[in-house]
Ligand binder design. Structure first.
Ligand code: ZN
Length: 392
């Protein structure tokens, strides 16, 4: 069954060969989804071929589905009280992760699964068609392994984050050895990526290097939580190891910006700077310097960092609005970063754009233009979402 999506007032393809500007925009466009759930044709509606079915976009904007390349969805419990305390003036230190670890260890598989399913549905309703899901609230061989097994039920983009925080009953070096050994052995069959929280109070640069190197040796791709709360060596470690992404990038030196600017990502190589403005919003912290990264030539992605402590939002449109208002990205840059930027951070070329051959992961907006995503913050503008060409 083929499907013609017709009467698209503004079609964002993210393919500069198809349309105008960096978003490859077509006015009065159309696209055809083939039997295989991939884009079979894209162009002006006046030239559109016939298809078995027709979906009328009613003159609205159509964009690629969002690619949320950084989310922590396998957990139990809620930290609303901690958020309220923080808003009342208490600082964020990252120590609350242990609260979620206790709740996650105590939860059944079914409880964890139901929570991921709920958040995945929430994301889909808001236009997110691909999500990366990390472990990191188990911190034992058994709990990290089962967290990843649950995550794998929902996405192929699963990330082993055993090195999220050092559990209370051990020290960082002993725990790092466990992460690089038995825990990695348990997790690797369910993971595509390995990640580490490189930060004062979590894992230092040598421990982070050990974790990522062990993961790479086990066949996983590398990504890192770097330079979130303090300056440090995480970003440069990411570039040195050829990690797909350095995430947060809130406290960058000129050398960090140069390193990311010198390693732009094309979907197969390079290190993306993934910015997570929901975390700065929810911890009332200063935002990363997106402008400096873009101007240096870095590939920038936007993601939610959805987690119960420091950023409990699942909304990519909200992150786009923050990126535009607070980080001085243009609306076009922010949308690109939330779609094709996320795809680059996951080293995927089949998502994040609507060129021929791409997966038909599509969001139809209740708006005439992508500009409305930042112009109308907090408004549910995602009207219809297709996943591999199927309505969700
Ligand atoms: Zn994170």
């Amino acid at each position: 069954m083929t499907l013609l999506i017709d009467n698209v007032g503004e079609l964002v393809t993210n393919d500069v060969a198809i349309g105008r500007g960096p978003l490859g925009i077509l006015t009065d466009g159309a696209l055809v989804v083939g039997d295989d759930g991939r884009i079979a044709w894209v162009g002006l509606r006046s030239a559109a071929p016939d298809a078995d079915q027709r979906l009328d976009a009613d003159g609205h904007a159509v964009i690629p589905g969002f690619v949320d390349s950084h989310a922590h969805l396998v957990f139990a419990g809620d930290r609303a009280a901690e958020f309220a305390a923080r808003m009342a003036g208490e600082p964020y230190t990252g120590g609350g992760i242990r609260t979620t670890v206790a709740a996650t260890r105590a939860a059944s598989d079914d409880t964890l699964r139901a929570n991921v399913a709920r958040l995945r549905r929430e994301m889909l309703r808001q236009g997110t068609t691909t999500v990366e899901i990390k472990s990191g609230y188990g911190l034992s061989v058994a709990d990290e392994t089962r967290s990843l097994a649950v995550a794998r039920e929902f996405t192929d983009e699963t990330t082993f984050l055993g090195a999220h925080v050092v559990p209370a009953d051990t020290d960082a070096d002993t725990y790092t050895s466990l992460v690089c050994g038995k825990m990695l052995d348990g997790a690797a069959p369910f993971a595509r990526w390995i990640d580490v929280f490189c930060e004062r109070g979590a894992f230092d640069v040598d421990q982070s290097r050990a974790v990522l190197t062990a993961g790479i040796a086990a066949g996983l791709g590398a990504r890192i939580h770097a330079n979130q709360l303090t300056p440090g060596d995480g970003v440069r470690l990411a570039v040195e190891l050829g990690a797909a992404s350095a995430d947060h990038c809130t406290h960058l030196s000129p050398a960090d910006i140069d390193a990311l600017g010198g390693a732009p990502a094309d979907g197969t190589t390079g290190t993306v700077a993934t910015l997570l403005p929901g975390a700065e919003f929810s911890t009332r912290s200063g935002y990363p310097d997106a402008r400096a990264l873009v101007d240096a030539g870095a590939t920038v992605a936007l993601a939610t960092d959805c987690n119960p402590g420091s950023s409990y939002t699942s909304a990519m449109p909200f992150c786009i609005a923050l990126a535009v208002r607070e980080m001085r990205m243009t609306p076009a840059e922010a949308l690109w970063s939330a779609t094709l930027g996320g795809a680059r951070a996951l080293r995927r070329t089949d998502i994040g754009h609507l060129g021929v051959g791409a997966r038909a992961n599509v969001a139809i907006l209740d708006a005439p233009s992508h500009l409305h995503l930042a112009y109308r913050p907090g408004v549910p503008l995602v009207h219809t979402v297709l996943l591999d060409g199927e309505p969700t």
